[in-house]
Design a protein around this ligand. Structure first.
Ligand code: NAG
Ligand code: NAG
Ligand code: NAG
Ligand code: NAG
Ligand code: NAG
Length: 473
């Protein structure tokens, strides 16, 4: 999960739409587990607004406001929690109500719910070595415990998760990446435990450690995640699969190889890229190599703000029918992201929106420079794709998203090779030559955070930095 700056206020503008996922009923019901995902609006917009004015970067550490969440319960009796869904990490953790952070005056954990171990009759203590930190410097530490967890109407009798006795996030996180990337492995040197996808398999709820995520477009507030299945009505065929990139033969992160990036007719960077990119629902923005980002900014006229490590464009670009779209190719399959999916509104709670010097409204551009950090395809990319993550076979399948599709036809993901229904394997997948790091790089606090990630682009965009002084908040 790589959070980015300045998104917080954007959420205020998102409409509230809810439509449930319907699973086929009857005797031949596939073994899948579907959950609706949702973006949320700020809890205390005025407060957030003030914070943002005081220190842009600090609020940038807390862009949880626009990330996708699901509802669940923990413990007995069940208490409700909402959890960010994060393909970029592998641990589930929740806040405890008594922590210093949660008891602070603004009551920052109340909206998302908390878990009180001693109030749960099914609580079991595991160890005190839970400690996760994300690239933005936020994190949580405390105990690993196990307890009953319910998501999408499915009860998991016993699931290991972390309890944040100390934390800096008001909302817990549901990491669904490879078990090898759990902090228990990376930090405590222990064997992996069954995280949620693995436990669903162990409990026989689904056949294989695989799931599909459909975020839907920027104007929609809900999408869904389907464990153990593919909804063939949510994408535009063909669905094509390619191998996950491994680091020294170890599969620990959901990375694939990006081989070409094209803005309209213009190829950005080399026509033969081979860079490993992390598919990360826990990141609002997309982070690419600085030179590529610099080229994109130049082509779309984006103005870079080095403090926020983000760039602005005129909001009108989202309504410009002749604006180019950005196409990402992965050996064979391509995902085209329309310009309007890359432009995020920054209307503040007080109703103000940032403007350029000439008074025209400024919007946040959905791509930032990765600097020394991991290359990440975040929500600004992922909304345009239907993505199947097959952790059992180390494969990812892509197809363009079918926006707003209300139809549903669910096929179960079975076991063994070619388990993803309807997917065609790419015949000659390119191996990444750049962007692969050692395991757990993403969670190490040593990895560049949002603040330091932009050094390269700061230099590349000196002219823009001057111009951005003219963005008025
Ligand atoms: C989660 O629960 C809240 C409060 O009950 C509800 O408003 C919201 O629609 C739910 N969202 C999802 C994705 O289930
Ligand atoms: C639970 O209660 C026990 C006994 O009172 C106490 O020692 C322990 O610290 C409590 N645990 C938590 C997580 O609050
Ligand atoms: C968690 O890890 C961070 C970074 O390694 C460290 O600074 C912190 O002291 C640890 N917290 C606990 C409670 O062990
Ligand atoms: C999807 O639905 C939303 C909300 O109704 C709408 O604003 C948006 O334009 C739709 N997207 C597409 C691609 O049709
Ligand atoms: C729309 O986009 C095109 C291509 O980027 C640009 O040449 C044109 O000036 C834009 N039009 C407006 C009204 O901004």
């Amino acid at each position: 999960m790589r959070k980015s700056s300045l998104i917080a206020a954007a959420a205020a503008t998102f409409a509230h739409v809810t439509h449930g996922l319907s699973l086929p009923k009857g005797r031949h019901e596939p073994r899948v587990l579907g959950l609706e995902t949702q973006r949320r609006a700020p809890r205390n917009p005025v407060h957030r607004d003030k914070l943002r004015k005081r220190d842009t970067l600090e609020v940038g550490l807390d862009n949880e406001e626009t990330l996708y969440f699901i509802n669940g319960t923990v413990g007995t009796p069940p208490t409700s929690v909402r959890l960010h869904i994060d393909t970029g990490s592998s641990d589930l953790w929740v806040n405890t109500p008594a922590s210093e952070f949660c008891t602070s005056a603004s009551n920052p954990c109340a909206y998302a719910g908390t878990y009180s171990a001693n109030s749960s009759s099914t609580y079991q203590y595991i160890a005190s070595n839970f400690n996760i930190s994300y690239v933005d410097g936020s994190g949580a530490s405390g105990d690993y415990v196990s307890d009953t967890v319910t998501i999408g109407g499915q009860t998991i009798g016993r699931l290991q998760f972390g309890v944040g006795y100390s934390s800096t996030n008001g909302q817990g996180i549901l990491g669904i990446g490879y078990p090898l990337n759990e902090v228990q492995v990376g930090r405590a040197g222990l064997q992996p435990y069954n995280n949620l996808p693995a436990q669903l398999v162990a409990d026989g709820v689904i056949q294989s450690m695989a799931y599909s995520i459909w975020l839907n477009d920027l104007d929609a507030n809900t999408g869904n995640i389907l464990f153990g299945g593919v909804d063939t009505e949510k994408y535009i065929p063909p669905l094509m699969s390619l191998p996950v990139e491994s680091a020294s033969g170890v599969y620990a992160e959901l990375m694939v190889t990006l081989t070409r990036l094209q803005l309209g007719e213009q190829i950005i960077g080399s026509p033969d890229l081979a860079i490993a990119v992390l598919l990360d629902t826990g990141s609002s923005l997309t982070y690419l190599p600085d030179p590529l980002v610099s080229d994109i900014y130049a082509a779309v006229g984006a103005v870079f703000d080095s403090d926020a490590n983000a760039a602005y464009v005129p909001c009108s670009l989202a309504r410009n029918a002749s604006a180019p779209s950005l196409t990402f190719t992965f050996s064979e399959p391509s995902i085209t992201v329309e310009m309007n999916e890359l432009i995020l509104d920054l209307v503040t709670a007080s109703g103000r929106r940032p403007t350029f010097d000439n008074g025209s409204p400024a919007c946040l551009f959905g791509i930032g420079p990765a600097g020394a950090g991991t290359y990440v395809l975040g929500d600004t990319f992922l909304r345009s794709a239907y993505v199947v993550y097959d952790l059992e076979n180390n494969e990812i399948a892509f197809a363009p998203s079918s926006f707003n599709s209300s139809a549903t036809r669910i096929a179960e993901i079975g076991r063994g090779r070619d388990a993803i229904p309807g997917a065609t394997r790419v015949s000659n997948p390119v191996k990444a030559t750049e962007g692969l790091r050692g395991r757990n790089a993403k969670k190490s606090t040593a990895v560049a955070g949002p603040g330091s990630g932009g050094m390269g682009i700061m230099i590349a965009c000196v002219a823009f930095v001057v111009a951005v002084a003219g963005v008025v908040f």
